[in-house]
Structures are given as structure tokens and as C-alpha cells.
Design a protein around this ligand. Structure first.
Ligand SMILES: *Cc1c(COP(=O)(O)O)cnc(C)c1O
Length: 402
């Protein structure tokens, strides 16, 4: 790695870091480590290639601008976007979701609008919906089945005269369930309604092609796919149909006026590289390898656990790295505290620490005790089989003891 410092001058080599170094990281759905190849691609853009991509009157700016366009093409390629010009860099999937949903609706002006979304969406979508609801926009929140999937017939029935937009995620961040994407796309096309898809968890993990699936707007996040935090992108279709949005950040007019502010060049370069690597690794069987590790972990849990284990999410239509289980009559939070040497989460990371049971587990019909007894494991690129066996043994031992 190009940035290794001697231990004496490395501020990370402190005692607290030593502790985390011995911890097995199984929280890849909350965030993932930056791939060393991504870091290496980013580094020159902090130092010698520091130019502002909008300053095209000199070589510094031109070098940055060129790197940005390479990154845009890498993002476009991963999701099958017809043109790199359809990719807008943002600070993450939260901002991409805000731009997509608020941008599309605000562009409609005073016209009465209706949006169809789903009860298990990420907070970044649901909170946008709540704020637009206060401004008079009507929403339908589709329920999900016991595995977390919407019913396409209910989606079709929910669409009316005033429906402008569908916002349904690709894969859920808590239980990993993948929605019936191709069917949603067909319905959106048939009804001539735009479809925004939050793909923060799915991008780079399962094949996603915006043309094949009929997606008009797609949000992604770099830090869920081995890129840097604080970086994301929104794909917004420019033809058939052309998506029009009101910008949510105004200023210098960067990103074709859709997202003002000097673009984070190292971040965008990192996202681009992360997309390229995910595409390559996916073709090389990464998903199968990750899925096999996840299933090994699951079978390890089932084999030793005294209490009953319930799988949350779909058996088949699920992210390869996601394992969410409810342990009967156990407090997930207490178990996680006991399992200090394993980094995992109970429910969503953004709500962990809060005492509210997860809205996703509730939506799939888990009662409060099962929701509180849930553990979410996120297996990723840098995990090993050996870690699965060790983690399963540790979880079983602590759960059986509690
Ligand atoms: C993580 C996540 C987000 C938020 O992404 P940020 O880049 O952290 O803003 C949105 N939606 C889903 C499904 C996520 O998993």
C-alpha cells in the first residue's frame, strides 16, 4: 500500500485501533473498507493532480476534468447507462435520493402529484417522502410480503392519473431482499411513470442494467462498494424519457446545473474505480464466493444454536452478502455488546442505539421480541471462510450463554 507509515509515526497504531484490528468485520452493509486499488487511484488527486475540474484554462483543471469523465464512464458502465452524461456526482446515496425524489416532484411546480413507494425503503427515501407530504404531495406506501417483496399487482393498482414517480429500492439494507426489478420496470413503462431506484446496496453486488430493467433514476453510494464515504452518484435518464429535475443545490452550475459545488475529484475517481473493480470481480465470481461464505456462516449458526433461528429476508432473492436472523428470546443488542470481537449490527446501522424496533422487520411481520433479537451480518470482499467459522462459533457460544 502506498500510504503505509512507520508504526511510530502512524496515528492509527494506537491502542484503540489495535482492538479493532482483532475484530472480525461483518458489517459490510453499513459501510465497507476502501479497496486498496481504489485508494491508490484516488491518492494523486489529493496531491499533484489537485486541480478544479471546472478550471479548464490550464492543465491542472484539464487533468481533473479528464479524470472526472473517466469516472463518469466507469459508473455508467457498471449500471448500463446509455451515456456517461446521465451520471451526476453527489455526496452519497442520501443526496442522490433527495435530488431524484424532490427534484422530480419540485419540477412539476404546482401540479398535483402522487408518488408510489414502499414501507421498507431506506430512511433517506422515506424522510424525503414525509417532507413532500407536508407540502401536499400524495404518497402510497406499498406493503411487503413476509420476505420483504412488494406485490406487482398492488403497484399497478396504486398508479393513477396524478402518479409521476415510483421510488422502490433494488435491495433492502437490513434484510437484503431484492425487489422484482424487471417487473417494476415493465409496470413503470406501461403506465408511463418514472422509476427511481435506490441501489445503494445492490450496485456492484448484483447485475443491474438500467436499460434492461427500465430504471429512469438510480442512486448509488461509493462506501457500500469499497469506495470512499461521502461520495455517490445519481443516474438520471436523458432520453426515452428525458428526466427533468429541479436542482437541490444551487450555485456554480456544476454537473450540468443539477448539483452545484466544486466536484470532489478524488471521491469521484474513487467511486469510478470502485465501480470498475466491482464489475470485474462480479464477472470473476465474487458474488458466488461471498454467498458461499454467508451460507457457511448461517449453517454454522444453525448447527450450534440452542434457541430457534428465523431467517429475515428472501431465501433466494437476496443480496449475496446479507444474513439477517432473529434469535428467539434473545436481546440482539446485549448479544452484540457481548460480541465485542465481531463487528455486526442489529437492525439498521442508522437506527442502532435507538430502542425502536426496525421498520423493515415490522413490515415483514416480525413481532417486537423477534425484531429486538435480530442480528445483521454483512459479508464482503475482504472476509475469509475462516472468519465465518470463527464468527459462527463466537455467536453461538455467547447466545447459548445468554
Ligand atoms: C447506505 C444507504 C443509503 C445512504 O447512502 P449514503 O451514501 O451513506 O448517504 C441509502 N439507501 C440505502 C439502501 C443504503 O443502504
Amino acid at each position: 500500500m502506498p500510504v503505509q507509515l512507520a508504526a511510530a509515526e502512524n496515528p492509527l497504531a494506537s491502542e484503540s485501533h489495535q482492538t479493532s484490528a482483532g475484530t472480525i468485520y461483518l458489517d459490510n452493509l453499513a459501510t465497507s473498507a476502501v479497496d486498496p486499488r481504489v485508494l491508490e487511484a484516488m491518492l494523486p488527486f489529493f496531491s499533484e493532480r489537485f486541480g478544479n475540474a471546472a478550471s479548464k484554462t490550464h492543465s491542472y483543471g484539464l487533468v481533473a476534468a479528464e479524470a472526472l469523465e473517466t469516472a463518469r464512464a466507469q459508473v455508467a458502465r457498471l449500471v448500463g447507462a446509455p451515456s456517461p452524461q446521465e451520471v451526476v456526482f453527489t455526496s452519497g446515496a442520501t443526496e442522490a435520493n433527495n435530488l431524484a425524489i424532490k427534484g422530480v416532484i419540485e419540477f412539476q411546480g404546482t401540479r398535483p402529484c402522487h408518488v408510489v413507494t414502499c414501507v421498507t425503503e431506506h430512511r433517506a427515501v422515506l424522510d424525503c417522502c414525509r417532507s413532500l407530504e407536508k407540502k401536499g404531495v400524495r404518497f402510497t406506501y406499498l406493503p411487503v410480503d413476509a420476505y420483504g417483496r412488494i406485490d406487482p399487482d398492488q403497484l399497478r393498482d396504486a398508479i393513477g392519473e396524478q402518479t409521476i414517480l415510483i421510488s422502490i429500492m433494488a435491495a433492502n439494507n437490513e434484510i437484503g431482499t431484492v425487489q422484482p426489478l424487471a417487473t417494476i420496470g415493465q409496470i413503470a413503462k406501461e403506465k408511463e411513470v418514472l422509476w427511481h431506484c435506490d441501489a445503494a446496496q445492490a450496485a456492484g453486488k448484483i447485475p443491474l442494467d438500467v436499460d434492461d430493467l427500465g430504471i429512469d433514476l438510480l442512486s448509488i453510494s461509493a462506501h457500500k462498494m469499497y469506495g470512499p464515504k461521502g461520495q455517490g452518484a445519481l443516474f438520471a435518464r436523458r432520453k426515452h424519457p428525458r428526466v427533468r429535475m429541479a436542482p437541490q443545490l444551487e450555485g456554480g452550475g456544476q454537473e450540468r446545473g443539477l448539483r452545484s459545488g466544486t466536484v470532489n475529484v478524488p471521491g469521484a475517481v474513487g467511486l469510478g474505480k470502485a465501480c470498475e473493480i466491482c464489475a470485474t470481480e462480479m464477472a470473476a465470481g465474487e458474488a458466488e464466493r461471498v454467498r458461499a461464505m454467508r451460507d457457511r456462516l448461517y449453517h454454522g449458526l444453525l448447527a450450534g444454536m440452542v434457541t430457534e433461528v428465523t431467517l429475515n429476508g428472501h431465501v433466494e432473492h437476496r443480496l449475496p452478502g446479507c444474513l439477517n436472523v432473529s434469535l428467539h428470546d434473545l436481546d440482539g443488542a446485549a448479544l452484540i455488546i457481548a460480541l465485542r470481537d465481531i463487528a455486526l449490527s442489529s437492525g439498521a446501522a442508522c437506527t442502532s442505539g435507538a430502542s425502536e424496533p426496525s421498520h423493515v422487520l415490522r413490515a415483514i411481520g416480525r413481532d417486537d421480541t423477534l425484531a429486538f433479537g435480530s442480528l445483521r451480518f454483512g459479508v464482503g470482499r475482504f472476509n475469509t471462510e475462516c472468519e465465518m467459522d470463527l464468527a459462527a462459533r463466537r455467536v453461538v457460544a455467547e447466545a447459548n450463554r445468554l
